[in-house]
Design a protein around this ligand. Structure first.
Ligand SMILES: NC(=O)c1ccc[n+]([C@@H]2O[C@H](COP(=O)([O-])OP(=O)(O)OC[C@H]3O[C@@H](n4cnc5c(N)ncnc54)[C@H](OP(=O)(O)O)[C@@H]3O)[C@@H](O)[C@H]2O)c1
Length: 244
């Protein structure tokens, strides 16, 4: 019950890694405010947690929604933002509008949400952002998303300096993790992608949402850790491209 008596807001908690974080926090004794755009999805997620979760919808890309959310939530000890949406495409084909949309969803949205929540964060609390391996280990047709992730990591370090010692600010950088983020793919293509990526990793498999969630709980609870980008990526940074 490491988080007993604490309240944590998880933006992106309706699915994937965010949902696993919210669930782990409830099991660790926290009260969790679970947020994303889709209220039905939030209610379904919360019903899986038992007591301990409450829904507070937000669209991070809509300023009025962010402001209303910040008014509605109680005082919190920690804020986690795993929400994002992403598009892939080659440099020449991905439109400027698509890239702006990615920056809105994964950089400006979390920026505005964290800014609005600062007044609700208790002394000694923390903010945890999410980036991803593409910032430092690029992939073909992912340069835009890599740039967004790099911006999130730079923001993490800057805010850790600026908001300390009152708050700590960290970032989880996942490698490929099985999650609803890939729900739109054809199932056999998705499995083939997981297998091909897993094969290139020292772990010889892709990750599970619970493994990424553990990293977020560590960053929230370790009071001497700030300004850190924590890779939870199966060794993606040292992956090999030749087959074993
Ligand atoms: N899974 C991976 O392989 C992987 C790899 C590298 C990095 N990451 C990063 O890890 C984080 C979590 O990924 P995940 O796999 O858990 O993704 P996910 O399952 O797709 O979850 C993303 C969540 O974000 C919410 N969301 C999207 N746009 C939003 C907005 N404008 N306002 C509020 N909520 C919004 C979605 O819910 P609604 O639709 O209800 O809004 C959804 O619950 C993301 O930052 C992702 O880029 C993931």
């Amino acid at each position: 019950m490491k988080f007993k008596g604490q309240t944590v807001a998880v933006v992106g908690g309706g699915s994937g890694i965010g949902k696993a974080i919210a669930h782990a926090l409830v099991l660790a004794g926290a009260k969790v405010v679970v947020s994303s755009r889709d209220s039905a999805k939030l209610d379904a997620a919360i019903s899986e947690f038992g007591d301990g979760g409450v829904a507070a919808p937000i669209d991070m890309t809509a300023p009025e929604s962010v402001a209303a959310w910040a008014e509605e939530i109680p005082q919190i000890d920690h804020l986690v933002i795993s929400a994002s949406s992403a598009a892939h495409g080659s440099f020449e084909e991905l439109s400027n509008a698509d890239l702006r949309h990615m920056f809105d969803a994964k950089f400006f949205g979390p920026y505005a949400t964290a800014r609005a929540a600062v007044k609700k964060l208790a002394e000694g609390g923390s903010i945890t952002f999410f980036s991803g391996v593409l910032s430092r280990r690029p992939g073909l047709n992912c340069s835009g998303l890599g740039a967004v992730n790099g911006a999130v990591e730079a923001l993490t370090r800057g805010l850790a300096l600026e908001l300390g010692p009152r708050l700590r600010v960290n970032c989880v950088s996942p490698g490929m993790v099985r999650s609803e983020a890939y729900a739109g793919m054809e199932p056999s293509a998705r499995e083939a992608m997981y297998e091909a990526t897993g094969e290139s990793l020292p772990t010889a498999r892709v990750g599970e949402v619970e493994e990424a969630a553990e990293a977020a709980l560590f960053l929230m609870s370790n009071a001497y850790t700030t300004g850190v980008v924590l890779d939870v990526d199966g060794g993606h940074m040292i992956r090999q491209y030749a087959k074993r």
